[in-house]
Design a protein around this ligand. Structure first.
Ligand code: HEM
Length: 123
C-alpha cells in the first residue's frame, strides 16, 4: 500500500513522541503477554523499538523513513500464527488506549497494519 497523503493519523497518534510511547507500551505489554512473550526474548529490543517507530510513523503519514528489513525477512523462520498476530494487535490496542488515542485513529492504524499480516505469519 502507498503511504497516506495527509498526516492526520500521524498527528492523531501524537507525532513522533506519541508513537514512541505507543510502541514502547506495546512491547512492554507483549513482554508480559504469555501468548507471545517468548518471541521477544533474546532479541535486540532497542533496534526493534526504533524500527517499529519508523514504520508506524511512515504508515501514519509522518515525516519519517523506514530503514529496517522487509517484513518477510524480519519474521523468517519464526513461524508466527494468526493467533500470535492477534495477540500483538491486542497489545497495541491496549497501548493506544493507555495513550488516549481515539478509537477512529486506532482503527486507522490497525487498517494500515492488517495488510502486512500475510508478510509476517507462517514464514
Ligand atoms: C503488522 C504486524 C507486524 C509488524 C508491522 C512488525 C514489524 C517489525 C519490524 C519493523 C521489525 C524490525 C525489522 C528490523 O530489525 O529491521 C520486526 C521484527 C520482529 N518482529 Fe515483528 N512485526 C509484526 C508482527 C509481529 C508479530 C505478530 C510478532 C510476534 C508475536 C513479531 C515479532 C517480532 C520479533 C521477535 C522481531 C525481532 C526479530 C529479530 O530481531 O531477530 N512481529 N517486526
Amino acid at each position: 500500500t502507498q503511504p497516506p497523503k495527509d498526516d492526520s493519523l500521524y498527528r492523531g497518534l501524537g507525532e513522533r513522541e506519541g508513537i514512541t510511547r505507543i510502541v514502547e507500551g506495546m512491547l512492554l505489554n507483549a513482554a508480559r503477554n504469555p501468548r507471545i512473550s517468548e518471541r521477544f526474548q533474546e532479541i535486540d529490543i532497542e533496534r526493534l523499538r526504533d524500527k517499529l517507530v519508523e514504520q508506524v510513523c511512515v504508515e501514519a503519514g509522518g515525516p519519517c523513513e523506514y530503514t529496517g528489513d522487509s517484513m518477510e525477512e524480519s519474521h523468517k523462520g519464526m513461524n508466527l500464527t494468526r493467533s500470535d498476530f492477534n495477540a500483538l494487535v491486542e497489545d497495541l490496542i491496549d497501548a493506544m488506549d493507555s495513550e488516549g488515542v481515539s478509537v477512529p485513529m486506532q482503527n486507522r492504524l490497525l487498517a494500515r497494519l492488517a495488510p502486512m499480516r500475510a508478510q509476517v505469519i507462517e514464514r
